[in-house]
Design a protein around this ligand. Structure first.
Ligand code: NAD
Length: 487
């Protein structure tokens, strides 16, 4: 397709240099529907070059002290923070998310990811045990593994990519990263800062392109012993299959179908605004978003009324307007998919209380072709419905009633996923009891998305394998050895 010169054109970053690619993919601005960027359509050759550069850089980088690496990570954090506004603007344009979300969540968290792992890498200790009767002591040592393959999705582009790059390089690995082909711009911008931060050439390589070509070439490369992947469960199955012949180490952070459970004694003044946020933040395109809300019968009607009123206050429109709460969805295809879920629910007899197909969507003239959708609340929907079973990953949430604690635990656990759950109750015994029985890697009670990065993050069941966090990422990105000394 012929393009005007005004299009932004990205290049791969390999061995410390920007390298053009022989073919490119169009990337859209989701809020206008226009192509505005060309992303390298990399394949085996580009991945091969990037893995070679990463292998060459490994001996020197892995032998640096944690303190030296920490200082470089901190410098990189400072440089991204210095350009925070430019990064936020780019993320919003590329992904469709609101400028406010990009400014307050995505980019600050990307900065924090580097600072966090720059600090945590200095504080790990290994284990030591003694066996006096044998005259022996044992200790463990940890070493970086080699070239790490990092594959990230489009919903929180720089946030999730740096959540992988930071621990991988802090531990002394070198990396080949592949961001989502739909949101590659901020990763490319970060590459421009690496040299200034002191990251040696080859330590961080970024290869842009599709999952089928670039992603799979990385997964199948024999010199990449570990893959950290965040994305859909379907892709994770494919990655598991493709990497099996090489027995690769995998970390898989996948989808969710996250319940919120609201008991009669919940503080609704806190619960309602938080649950609206947990349902619709970032257009519902966060793996941790709530999409099934179980409300105890005694407060069901009141909850529904107040929840819908609050959801209707969320303004949908131009993402660069700082008063807007809901931006554009990632793509035309994804918007269609999300809309279809609402249609299917209606066809099954569910009721749509606000949003899609019910309320008018008024968009500014420049955004008429963007991929927008209003926050949508569905009720009278059965637990077996696809809207209650499948990950929708858009601004759609279902509200249903329940009677007893026993019943709601069973229903909340009745999906294939197990990523995050939220429990609302003033009864401390109940929140502990319910939290323990939920099949979910994360349980928030009376709050949502409050994270301590030190602690494990990840899902059960089809939501993933492995955990990320200070200690978990350290363990994933290092190889442990037990050494026995006889004295
Ligand atoms: P996706 O699985 O389609 O793509 C994710 C990444 O994998 C992209 O970079 C893509 O190009 C690549 N990819 C696709 N096919 C591949 C293949 N065969 N081999 C190697 N790489 C391949 O996911 P998405 O649509 O970009 O992201 C949305 C999904 O991510 C949702 O399911 C969401 O829940 C999940 N997610 C999970 C978390 C978490 O931490 N658990 C966080 C954010 C998003």
């Amino acid at each position: 397709m012929a393009h005007s010169k005004a299009l932004l054109e990205l290049e791969n970053f390999i061995g410390g240099r920007f390298v053009p690619c022989s073919s490119y993919i169009d990337s859209y601005n989701p809020s206008t529907g226009d192509v505005y960027c060309r992303v390298p359509d990399s394949g085996k050759d580009e991945v091969e070059a990037a893995v070679k550069a990463a292998k060459d850089a490994f001996p020197v980088w892995s032998s640096k002290s944690p303190l030296e690496r920490s200082q470089i990570l901190n410098k990189l954090a400072d440089l991204i923070e210095h350009d925070l506004e430019a990064f936020a603007q780019a993320e919003s344009k590329d992904q469709g998310k609101t400028i406010t979300f990009a400014r307050t969540v995505d980019i600050p968290r990307a900065v924090h990811n580097f600072r966090f792992f720059a600090s945590s890498i200095l504080h790990h200790v290994t284990e030591c045990t003694e066996m006096p009767t044998m005259g022996c002591m044992h200790y463990t040592s940890r070493a970086p593994v080699g070239v790490a393959g990092l594959i990230s999705p489009w919903n929180l582009p720089l946030y999730l990519l740096t959540w992988k790059i930071a621990p991988a390089i802090a531990c002394g690995n070198t990396v080949v990263a592949k961001p989502s082909e739909m949101t590659s711009v901020t990763a490319w911008m970060m590459c421009k800062l690496l040299e200034k931060a002191g990251v040696p050439p080859g330590v961080v390589n970024v290869v842009f392109g599709t999952g089928a070509k670039a992603g799979e070439a990385l997964v199948c490369h024999p010199d990449v012993p570990l893959i950290s992947f965040t994305g859909s469960t379907l892709t994770a199955q494919r990655i598991t299959e493709k990497s099996a012949p090489h027995c690769k180490r995998l970390s898989l952070e996948l989808g969710g179908k996250n319940p919120a459970i609201v008991f009669n004694d919940a503080d609704l003044s806190q619960c309602i605004p938080t649950t609206v946020r947990s349902s619709f933040a970032n257009q519902g395109e966060i793996c941790l978003c709530t999409s099934r809300i179980f409300v105890q019968r005694g407060i069901y009607n009141e909850f529904l009324k107040r929840f819908v009123a609050e959801a209707k206050k969320w303004k949908t429109g131009n993402p660069s307007d700082p008063t807007v709460n809901v931006g554009a969805l990632i793509s035309k295809e994804h918007l269609e998919k999300v809309r279809n879920y609402v249609k299917k629910a209606q066809a099954e007899g569910a009721r749509v209380l606000c949003g899609e197909g019910v309320d008018p969507l008024a968009l500014p003239p420049g955004n008429q072709k963007g991929y927008f959708m209003l926050p949508t609340v569905i009720t009278e929907v059965k637990d077996e419905s696809c809207c209650m079973q499948e990950e929708i990953f858009g601004p759609v949430t279902c509200v249903v009633a329940f009677d007893t604690e026993e019943e709601v635990i069973k229903r909340a656990n009745g999906v294939k996923y197990g990523l995050a759950a939220t429990v609302w109750s003033g009864n401390v015994g109940r929140v502990h009891r319910v939290a323990h029985r939920l099949q979910s890697g994360l349980v928030w009670t009376n709050c949502w998305l409050v994270r301590d990065l030190n602690l494990p993050f990840g899902g059960m069941k089809a939501s993933g394998i492995g955990r990320e966090g200070a200690r978990d990422s350290y363990e994933f990105f290092t190889e442990v050895k037990t050494i026995t000394i006889k004295h």
